[in-house]
Design a protein around this ligand. Structure first.
Ligand code: IMP
Ligand code: MG
Length: 203
């Protein structure tokens, strides 16, 4: 699937486009339409996982035609500095109750799956009417715990991606496409970086 995307060089040849802006936008429109029809006659409560999910959540919300409310949560994983434990610390909790709501969690990417594996039961405990997961990207090869993704943009290979909310050391979130940094140019010790920094709150 990914191989079909044309790779373009940009930003002084350091960043390659993995999924172009038009392809991401078309996919978000498609997911928005699917959610709108699945939730016809209902309201949806989107929970955006900060910071990475914010660009996706905003674009997605614009494409949903049933009434939408939005709330935000920021999490990070406890770890020993080199390995994520999968235990999530809530850095910013939701403002509103979930009770009786049709909740959709909106995430940038599902990697090991540990964050959502911890978060979903925690949110289920708050008694929403339903809870579903929507992710722009997934790296199935990296999965350590099983996660059902109800609405998924793209499966991608095990590469470190940036853009559309995803960062490398807090940079590149604003890129309007999904990109990869050329390994020979940057991303030294990326494996260490990924495990050490765990989830979004720290990255
Ligand atoms: P996990 O599914 O618990 O392993 O963690 C997912 C989180 O790790 C995501 O929400 C991102 O913040 C971060 N992450 C995983 N892969 C990437 C990547 O390729 N680029 C940027 N952030 C990533
Ligand atoms: Mg994230």
């Amino acid at each position: 699937m990914i191989q079909a995307y044309q790779k373009e060089e940009t930003m002084a040849d350091r960043i390659s486009v993995l999924i172009p802006e038009s392809t991401v936008d078309a996919k978000i429109k498609e997911i928005g339409e699917k959610i709108s029809s699945d939730y016809a006659g209902k309201e949806v409560h989107l929970i955006c996982i900060l910071k990475g999910g914010v660009f996706f959540a905003c674009e997605l919300a614009k494409r949903i035609t049933v009434p939408v409310s939005l709330d935000f949560m920021q999490v990070s994983s406890y770890g020993d500095g080199t390995k994520s434990s999968g235990i999530v610390r809530i850095k910013k909790d939701l403002d509103d109750s979930l009770e009786g709501k049709e909740v959709i969690i909106v995430e940038d990417i599902i990697d090991t799956g540990k964050t959502l594996h911890y978060l979903i039961p925690l949110l289920e405990h708050r008694e929403p009417a339903s809870i579903k997961l929507c992710a722009l990207l997934s790296k199935p090869d990296r999965r350590e715990v099983p996660i059902d993704i109800d609405y998924l943009g793209f499966d991608i290979p095990d590469e470190f991606v940036i853009g559309y909310g995803l960062d490398y050391a807090q940079k590149y979130r604003n890129l309007p496409f999904i990109g990869v940094i050329d390994p020979e140019e940057g991303l030294v010790e990326m494996d260490e970086k990924l495990t050490a920094d765990d989830t979004d709150g720290e990255k």
